[in-house]
Design a protein around this ligand. Structure first.
Ligand code: ADP
Length: 668
């Protein structure tokens, strides 16, 4: 499609160029109205294939000029000049890499002016050289005329190929018609009434009017029309001839005329660009303003209050109206002082360490603009509400503070909830402590009588108070077993209570060889294992084994508890394997104690509750297997106090493995 445009333009260039040379005033050797602006357009429209259009363009330029009546050598010089000129124009305009250069900024304007001046200068230089070589015309005069004509052609026509910022007309239809009529009437008058050359100045304000009010395309078109009218009258022999002494060369006339057109173009085109840019940025600013206003209005849960540099309210958004109960129109222009009570200001000032004045509090809050702070606001109905507030300065483009803006949300309810949660938590901790101390006291008080009961039962069972019958012995044995369980429970409770107060065993602890601890722990459980028909496999002894630091008795308790549980929850015929593993590569210096059984297992979903006090898994709750659910809580407590961890893996019906990891004692 594009090359059709280029081809069409090429035809136009040829015809107009031919006519221009044909109708050139008598004796003109250079500076005829050759359409070089349109010729540059051929290349600009062709885009990446611009080079391909250069030879046909040169041929058309040659043919047009030659057919118009110029000698062959002059026509060849013209064609060469035009080809060089459009190449320069094209190169300058596309230097930034855009195929279709734009006229969207002052940098673009600069490039467009540079391209026009360099292009015209190139044509002038080639004209100077070829005129000197061929002797066809006075070289400096011809060069000047060619330069001026081509400059005006480029300045007037190029913007149409440069994709300018397009602004629609700002004027009503009627104003547009009047503006056009004025231009169409006044610009010929300059040439018709050529005794009054000052009429030429009348065209300028009309073009400025167009640039300000008619939008991009019409303003550019007006320059084109003025240039066209000027050229037609010039061709008809009217115009600035009258301004010159008789006998002035036609080239000087051409230069004068073209300077007039260049003047028009240089006034209008930058002005059009400025007006368009200004309108575009005004529109963008207005749309930004509208967007911001709709965001501010939509933030109904947030109070946004803006003030000017005197602290007077200039913005009170619907969120502020809703949260504070005032109508925007009743607060605009007032200072924000009335939004806070005396006490609120005093309290905030004390917290911030500033004098108890509104202004002092505000400036302290601005200094901490990044911190959100709690500030009490007084609603229109007198109710005091607490807002989480940020106060920030509004700084204008010159760096001056032009006001402040505060954004805040009402957090009164959240604060109340938070405070009651904290109160409840404190209360719960108190109750917990009370419960612990109660359990500890009761256990203490129970231990002595239960110990004495157990002692007397033993003596009874041994027959120290007389021989017992078989039934009596059976009853005493059951009472003894239950008393033993009671005693164990009391002991567990006491251990747990003591653990909270006892000093850290690791730092102050003795070196404890883990193997020995395992041995002695297993010795305690072994009779129970024998009775239950469960095989106990203890770790083999190679050397003294790893040593940890801590409380030997407590660690023995850990072994008894874990191995005892494993035996208790493993059916007859099963086995319990105890292993001590020490990773050679373990930099952290830790040792692992594993207790693995082939017992009933624990359901996966209950594993995380395993170490909570009084927990018993669903698999054992309905069985007659005795237990309090305190053992593992004690084990975990002891392990953690030895800076260790305990982990468990289990599968129902397959077995359970507990792994205790403890740090090794530091080498002595
Ligand atoms: P107790 O054994 O006195 O009930 P523990 O705190 O020692 O209390 O154990 C809590 C619960 O964890 C046990 O009731 C049992 O359900 C489960 N449990 C502990 N060890 C094992 C094990 N080796 N195999 C299966 N279940 C176990």
């Amino acid at each position: 499609m594009r090359h059709w445009w280029s081809a069409g333009l090429l035809v136009v260039v040829g015809l107009v160029g031919w006519c221009a040379v044909l109708t050139a005033p008598e004796g003109l050797r250079g500076g005829d109205l050759w359409p070089v602006g349109v010729a540059s357009g051929v290349l600009l429209l062709a885009g990446r294939r611009a080079w391909a259009w250069l030879p046909p363009l040169a041929v058309v330029a040659f043919l047009g000029t030659w057919a118009g009546g110029r000698p062959v050598e002059a026509a060849a010089g013209s064609a060469l000049g035009i080809a060089a000129e459009v190449t320069v124009v094209w190169l300058v305009l596309t230097a930034s890499g855009r195929e279709r250069p734009r006229l969207h900024s002052f940098a673009d304007l600069d490039r467009y002016a540079t391209a026009s001046v360099l292009g015209a200068a190139t044509a002038a230089l080639v004209a100077l050289a070829t005129t000197a070589a061929t002797g066809y015309g006075d070289p400096p005069l011809v060069a000047l005329a060619v330069g001026a004509t081509h400059l005006s052609s480029l300045l007037v026509v190029l913007p149409f190929f440069l994709s300018p910022v397009v602004e629609p007309p700002g004027a009503e239809r009627r104003e547009q018609v009047v503006a056009w009529l004025a231009v169409l009437l006044v610009s010929p008058m300059v040439f018709v009434v050529d005794e009054v050359p000052a009429l030429g100045f009348l065209v300028m304000p009309l073009l400025v009017w167009g640039a300000l009010r008619l939008g991009t395309w019409q303003a550019l078109a007006q320059v084109l029309v003025v240039a066209g009218i000027s050229c037609v009258f010039y061709t008809l022999g009217r115009g600035p001839a009258a301004w010159l002494p008789p006998g002035a060369s036609p080239e000087v006339l051409a230069v004068l005329l073209q300077l007039y057109v260049v003047g028009c173009a240089l006034v209008v085109i930058p002005l059009v660009l400025m007006v368009s840019l200004r309108r575009t940025s005004d529109r963008e600013a207005a749309s930004e303003r509208d967007k911001l206003a709709s965001v501010v209005d939509a933030a109904r849960g947030v109070a946004i209050i803006g003030t000017d540099d005197g602290g007077r309210i200039t913005l009170f958004n619907p969120g502020a109206e809703r949260l504070l109960g005032y109508r925007s129109e009743t607060v605009l222009g007032r200072t924000g002082r009335f939004l806070h009570s005396e006490e609120a200001i005093r309290a905030k000032a004390a917290e911030l360490g500033v004098p108890a004045e509104y202004e002092a509090v505000l400036s302290a809050l601005v200094d901490r603009a990044h911190d959100r702070t709690l500030l009490a606001y007084r609603r229109s109905d007198g109710e005091e509400r607490v807002h989480l507030t940020t106060l920030a300065e509004i700084v204008d483009d010159r760096g001056r503070v032009s006001g402040w803006v505060s954004t805040s949300e009402d957090v009164t309810e959240q604060l109340e909830t938070q405070r009651s949660t904290e109160r409840a938590l404190t209360r719960m901790k108190e109750v917990d402590a009370l419960k612990d101390s109660f359990i500890s006291t009761v256990s203490h008080e129970l231990r002595t009588p239960v110990t004495s009961i157990v002692g007397y039962l033993e003596m009874l069972g041994d027959g120290q108070f007389g021989e017992l019958s078989r039934n009596q012995r059976g009853a005493v044995a059951r009472v003894e077993a239950n008393s033993g369980r009671l005693l164990a429970l009391v002991d567990d409770l006491l251990t747990l209570a003591r653990m909270n107060d006892a000093p850290d065993p690791v730092g102050s602890g003795e070196p404890v060889p883990l193997l020995e601890v395992v041995r002695s722990g297993c010795a305690v459980v072994a009779p129970q294992a024998d009775q239950a028909g469960v095989t106990l496999r203890q770790p083999g002894s190679r050397g003294p084994g790893p040593v940890v630091s801590g409380d030997r008795q407590a660690l023995e308790g850990v072994v008894i508890n874990l191995v005892g549980n494993a035996v208790k929850f493993t059916p007859s015929g099963g086995e319990v394997i105890i292993e001590i593993e020490q990773d050679e590569a373990d930099d952290a210096g830790a040792v692992r104690l594993c207790v693995r059984d082939t017992g009933i297992g624990i359901p996966a979903e209950e594993l995380e509750l395993l170490f909570t006090r009084f927990f018993r898994s669903s698999t054992v709750r309905d069985t007659s297997i005795p237990g309090s659910g305190l053992g593992l809580a004690i084990v975990q407590g002891v392990v953690q106090r030895h800076a260790g961890t305990i982990e468990v893996e289990s599968e129902v019906g397959v077995g359970t493995t507990f792994v205790v990891t403890l740090p090794l004692a530091p080498a002595r």
